[in-house]
Write a protein that binds this ligand. Structure first.
Ligand SMILES: [Zn+2]
Length: 278
């Protein structure tokens, strides 16, 4: 069996975080990234995603159009705060990396942006292209011939945790951004209250789908490794709290309240980053 080598800092000093049925989650003692070990091969991942992944995905709550609208509204709020000039620009360009079946891209396009998407699974690409008229390409951004230095905003929602080479992808995002552009990304927070309380039963621990897990600290480290020098990283409450949906009313109310409070101390369910290219 190959030895552990951190995909972010290349360190080999690690600690066992969880023993799972088909492997382990190891925590890098240097940068804090948590990774599934043994690392799947590219071929294994390809076989997994070619096996109808988006059929399940498109039926989940994450893919609904109303969810995409909430996601866009939250993004706009952040952009008004961190990039107000972008929101008044006449021609605004957005690249959504890992756009799935294109619901979010459709909302962004309707709001007046010029949109481009990328996605690995062909069936999802086809569905997305029906929504945004042919602006979605199949493949990984590190391989696709997209124009460098040309996007005002690159978004990537719940993609980085699926990747074997997250730094290569972040570097490519940097390359594709226009000068003055921003990267917005979101991933589950391995340092969240939910992850701490639920341990290996945390809902995001689903290898080989999720193979690398970030906290605010390790995401900052990764952005820096990829060439970003200026960024803000924070945690957020989930838009939809599925785990408490069927709880009795007073308990659900209390849990929802806690979910809204913990992001203030870095324990929110997701980590978001806004990274700037000078
Ligand atoms: Zn590391």
């Amino acid at each position: 069996m190959s030895s552990f080598n951190c995909a972010v800092c290349h360190g080999d000093n690690h600690k066992l975080l969880h023993s799972l049925e088909d492997g382990t989650l190891l925590s890098c003692q240097f940068c804090g990234v948590v990774a599934f070990f043994p690392r799947p091969t590219c071929e294994e991942l390809k076989a997994f995603y070619d096996g109808g992944y988006h059929d399940t995905f498109s039926k989940s709550v994450m893919a609904e159009s109303i969810f995409a609208q909430h996601r866009y509204q939250a993004l706009v709020k952040k952009m008004h705060c961190y990039a107000p000039d972008l929101m008044t620009k006449k021609k605004r360009t957005l690249l959504d990396v890992g756009c799935g079946t294109g619901d979010f891209l459709q909302v962004v396009q309707q709001a007046g942006w010029h949109v481009t998407g990328t996605e690995l699974a062909l069936d999802a690409v086809n569905r997305a292209n029906q929504k945004v008229s042919g602006n979605v390409f199949q493949g990984d951004i590190t391989d696709l011939a997209l124009p460098c230095c040309s996007y005002d905003l690159v978004t990537s929602y719940h993609v980085i945790e699926h990747l074997l080479e997250p730094i290569a992808q972040l570097r490519r995002c940097y390359e594709l951004l226009a000068s003055g552009g921003l990267l917005f990304l979101e991933t589950p927070n391995i340092g969240s209250l939910g992850a701490r309380l639920r341990g290996k039963r945390w809902s995001h621990i689903i290898p080989p789908e999720h193979i690398i897990y970030f906290s605010p600290f390790s995401l900052k480290y990764a952005l820096n490794q990829a060439g970003f020098e200026h960024f803000v990283v924070y945690t957020t409450a989930p838009q939809v709290i599925e785990s408490t949906a069927h709880w009795p009313f007073p308990l659900k109310k209390m849990a929802d309240f806690i979910y809204q409070i913990v992001p203030h101390i870095g324990l929110g369910a997701a980590v978001q980053a806004i990274a700037f290219k000078p």
